[in-house]
Write a new protein. Structure first.
Ligand code: ARG
Ligand code: GLU
Length: 695
C-alpha cells in the first residue's frame, strides 16, 4: 500500500509538471504530443494542426480580436461566450426589445442580426520566419535600430508572401523577440447574432461570482459566419450565405469526468511568465492597487445607478462589465501572488539562474541583468503608475474626460495637418456619437466626482453644467466651422479648460517618459529570455501569450483553495437553484428554468448521475482572450466553453501553479440544454453533430 502511495505521488507530480504553458499549434510534435498522450489524449499533433488537410485549428477563430469562438455546424454556426457577444447583444437591445434581459433567439436565418464592425479570423497556416527576420540584426545595434530593421524586414516578407487575394498575413514576435512566426489569415466580416440566453443565465452570478468557483453561469452566445458566393470573406451583404467551414466540432453528449484529458484551443491575449521578482512586486504592491481604487470609485456610482433605472442599466451594461472584470481580476491576482509566495519563489529561481550562469561561464555576458532590472524598475515604477492612472481616468472610467481627450487629439491633428480637417471632423463626430449612445450625464458626473481625486485633482462638478460635451448636439456644434473657429470654441469650453493641462502633461511628459523607459525594460527582458534559455536549456519554455492561436492542455480537476476545503470539478443545475434569489439582479433565475428543474425535464443533457452539469474546472493554462475557446476531449470533440479562471489562480498570467490554477468552462450539455429545452431553438440543435465517444 505504501509503495502504491509513493508511486501515485510520483505519477501526480510528474503529470502536474507537464501542465501549464500555451503552445504553438504548429510545433506540437515531440514533447507536447507526448505530454498530451500521457495525460490521456488520443489526438496526434496532425489532428490539431495540419496545413494540407482540415484539422481542429480550422474550427477555431479569433472573435473580434479579443475572444475566441469555434465552428459547431456545417453552416458556419459559431459559439462564443455571452460576455464576448455582450456588446453586440447590448447594441441590439432597447427598452422594447430587451435582449439583455430576455435573451434572443433567431428561429430562422432571416431573423439573424448583423453586427457592424464585428469580425472573426481563422489561421490558415503558420510559418517560422525567425532566420529571415534576424538575418540583418547584429549585437552592436541600438535597440531602436534593431526594431526599425525588424519592422522593415518583416514588412518586406509580408509584402512578398504568396497568398490568395482574400487572405492576409501578419508576423508576430515570440519569446520576447527571440523567435518570429508569420500567420496567413482569413477574416470574415459578416457575423450575425443567432442566439443569446437572458443575462440571468448568461451572466448568472454577475460580479459576485465572476472569477470564482463554484460557478453556475451559462456564459455562451451564438453567431453565424456569412461568406460570399465563393465561400470567401466578404463585407455584410444580404446576398451573403452561411459559411461552409473546413472543419466544425462535433459535440460530445458524454461530457467529462474528473481526471479526463482536457485541451483548450484559442487566442490567449497577454501573459508575463518570465518577469523578474522585482516586476511582480511592482505590479502587485503598487501598480494594481492604484488602478483597483480608481475602478472601485467608478463602480460605486455605476452599480448604484444601474440598479435604479432600466435605461441606465442597458446603457452601462457593457461598460460596467469591462470595468468590473479587470477590477476584480487584479484583486484576485494580488491575493494569489501573495498566498503562493510567488515573489519569494521567483527570487529563489533567480538564484538558480545566477548559479547556472556561473557554471556555464556566462556571468560576464548576462550576470548584470537582475541588478539592472532592480534599478530600472525603481525608476520606471512611478511613471508606469502615473500613465496607467491617466488611462484609467481619461479612457476607461470617465466619459466627459474621454471626450476632452479625443477633442485634444483632434486639436493636435488639425494643428499639425490642417488639410485633414474634414477627415478629423468625421472622426470626432463618430467618436462623440459613439460615446453619447450609452452616456448618462448624471452617472458620469458621479464617476467624475469619485475618480478625479484619485488622480490627484480637485473635481469641480459645476463643469457638468458649463460644458457643451454633456449634450451631443451641443458637442457636435463645437466642431462646426473652420479650424480657427473650432479651436477657439473648444478652448472656451469649461471641461476642456479643466482637462487640457492634465492631457498636456500626459502627452508631453508622462507618456514619452514612459515609452522611453519601457523600451529599455523590454530590451532587457529580451536579453533575460535569451539568457534563461542559454543558462537553463532543459527547462520547459513556452512563449508568452500574444493574441496568437495556442494550445493548452491538462486534466479535469478540482482543487483545494485552503485548508480542509476542496472544490469539486463539476457544478450542477442544483447549484443554480441553490443560489436563486428572487428578483435579485445577480442571482435571479428565469421561471422557465425553474420549471424545467422542478419537472426534471432535462432531455439527453445529463451526467451519469442524472443531473445537468453546468460548469467544470481544468488545469488548462488560459488567460484573457481564451474566453469562448473550445474545451476539447481526448478525441477532439467539444465538451466545454472556456470562460474564466478561479479566484486563487488568476495570478497565472505571471506565475502558473498547477496545484491551484484552474480554468472554468461551461459544460456543453448545459449550453445544449438551454438552447433546446429552455429556448426551444431546436433549429440550431439540428444543425449540430452530437456524438457519444465514450460508448
Ligand atoms: N472573468 C471572465 C473574463 O475575464 C468573465 C467576465 C464576464 N463576466 C462578468 N461577470 N463580467 O472575461
Ligand atoms: N474571461 C476571460 C476572457 O476574456 C477569460 C478568462 C481568463 O482571463 O482566464 O477572456
Amino acid at each position: 500500500m505504501k509503495y502504491i502511495k509513493i508511486l501515485l505521488f510520483f505519477i501526480t507530480i510528474n503529470l502536474s509538471a507537464q501542465q501549464g504553458g500555451m503552445w504553438i499549434p504548429s510545433l506540437l510534435n515531440g514533447m507536447n504530443e507526448d505530454e498530451m498522450t500521457s495525460l490521456g489524449s488520443k489526438l496526434t499533433a496532425k489532428d490539431i494542426y495540419d496545413v494540407n488537410n482540415s484539422s481542429l485549428k480550422d474550427a477555431v477563430c479569433h472573435f473580434n480580436g479579443g475572444c475566441t469562438s469555434e465552428v459547431i455546424s456545417p453552416q458556419g454556426l459559431i459559439l462564443t461566450n455571452h460576455h464576448c457577444g455582450f456588446s453586440s447583444i447590448q447594441s441590439h437591445s432597447s427598452l422594447e426589445n430587451d435582449y439583455l434581459k430576455n435573451g434572443f433567439w433567431a428561429m430562422s436565418l432571416d431573423e439573424e442580426l448583423p453586427n457592424d464592425g464585428l469580425y472573426v479570423e481563422f489561421i490558415v497556416s503558420i510559418h517560422d520566419v525567425t532566420k529571415e527576420i534576424l538575418a540583418n540584426i547584429t549585437d552592436d545595434m541600438t535597440e531602436k535600430d534593431k526594431q526599425s530593421v525588424i519592422t522593415k524586414t518583416s514588412n518586406g516578407i509580408m509584402k512578398n508572401w504568396t497568398r490568395e487575394p482574400w487572405q492576409d498575413v501578419k508576423i508576430k514576435s515570440f519569446y520576447k523577440g527571440n523567435q518570429y512566426f508569420l500567420f496567413v489569415t482569413e477574416r470574415f466580416e459578416d457575423i450575425r447574432l443567432v442566439g443569446a440566453p437572458p443575462t440571468s443565465i448568461g451572466k448568472f452570478g454577475s460580479d459576485t461570482d465572476n472569477w470564482v468557483f463554484p460557478r453556475h453561469t451559462g456564459d455562451f452566445s451564438i453567431f453565424r459566419i456569412y461568406a460570399d458566393a465563393n465561400n470567401h470573406p466578404a463585407k455584410f451583404s444580404k446576398y451573403n450565405k452561411p459559411y461552409t467551414p473546413k472543419h466544425f466540432l462535433p459535440i460530445s453528449l458524454d461530457g467529462i469526468e474528473e481526471g479526463d484529458f482536457s485541451m483548450v484551443f484559442g487566442f490567449p491575449g497577454t501573459t508575463n511568465e518570465y518577469l523578474p521578482a522585482v516586476a511582480i512586486e511592482h505590479i502587485t504592491k503598487n501598480y494594481n492597487p492604484t488602478n483597483i481604487a480608481i475602478r472601485e470609485a467608478a463602480l460605486k456610482v455605476i452599480d448604484t445607478e444601474m440598479k435604479k433605472s432600466d435605461a441606465v442599466r442597458i446603457k452601462y451594461a457593457s461598460k460596467q462589465a469591462r470595468i468590473a472584470n479587470a477590477w476584480k481580476k487584479w484583486k484576485g491576482e494580488n491575493l494569489g501572488i501573495e498566498k503562493s509566495n510567488a515573489v519569494e519563489k521567483r527570487r529563489a529561481f533567480e538564484e538558480t539562474f545566477t548559479k547556472a550562469l556561473k557554471e556555464k561561464g556566462l556571468t560576464d555576458k548576462y550576470g548584470s541583468i537582475l541588478t539592472e532590472f532592480d534599478s530600472l524598475y525603481k525608476d520606471f515604477a512611478p511613471i508606469d503608475i502615473k500613465r496607467r492612472n491617466f488611462i484609467e481616468v481619461f479612457i476607461t472610467t470617465n466619459e466627459l474626460m474621454q471626450m476632452t481627450y479625443r477633442a485634444y487629439q483632434f486639436e493636435q491633428a488639425i494643428t499639425a495637418n490642417p488639410e485633414n480637417l474634414e477627415k478629423a471632423k468625421a472622426g470626432i463626430t463618430n467618436t462623440l456619437k459613439g460615446i453619447h449612445k450609452d452616456f448618462d450625464a448624471g452617472v458620469d458626473k458621479g464617476v467624475f466626482i469619485n475618480v478625479m481625486p484619485l488622480y490627484g485633482k480637485h473635481a469641480d462638478p459645476s463643469i457638468y453644467n458649463n460644458t457643451a460635451f454633456t449634450n451631443l448636439d451641443n458637442a457636435l456644434k463645437i466642431f462646426e466651422g473652420d479650424a480657427k473657429d473650432i479651436i477657439k470654441k473648444l478652448n472656451k469650453d469649461a471641461a476642456y479648460q479643466y482637462a487640457k493641462p492634465m492631457i498636456d502633461e500626459f502627452n508631453n511628459t508622462t507618456n514619452p517618459e514612459y515609452q522611453q523607459k519601457n523600451e529599455t525594460i523590454t530590451a532587457l527582458q529580451t536579453k533575460y529570455m535569451t539568457a534563461l534559455m542559454e543558462a537553463l536549456p532543459n527547462a520547459r519554455y513556452f512563449p508568452d501569450a500574444n493574441s496568437t492561436l495556442r494550445v493548452t492542455y491538462g486534466q479535469v480537476r478540482g482543487y483545494s483553495p485552503r485548508d480542509a476545503v476542496y472544490y469539486n470539478a463539476i457544478s450542477y443545475l442544483d447549484g443554480v437553484i441553490e443560489k436563486y434569489i428572487p428578483g435579485d439582479y445577480e442571482f435571479d433565475v428565469p421561471q422557465k428554468l425553474r420549471d424545467l428543474y422542478a419537472a426534471k425535464d432535462y432531455g439527453q443533457y445529463v451526467d451519469k448521475n442524472g443531473k445537468v452539469p453546468v460548469c467544470f474546472l481544468g488545469t488548462n493554462h488560459t488567460t484573457g482572450g481564451n474566453s469562448g475557446s473550445p474545451a476539447l476531449d481526448a478525441y477532439g470533440n467539444l465538451v466545454g466553453l472556456n470562460f474564466d479562471r478561479v479566484w486563487e489562480g488568476t495570478m497565472s498570467d505571471m506565475y502558473y501553479d498547477p496545484e491551484i490554477c484552474r480554468n472554468i468552462m461551461v459544460d456543453l450539455r448545459y449550453v445544449l440544454f438551454i438552447i433546446d429545452k429552455y429556448a426551444g431553438a431546436t433549429n440550431l440543435i439540428n444543425e449540430m453533430t452530437l456524438v457519444h465517444p465514450k460508448k
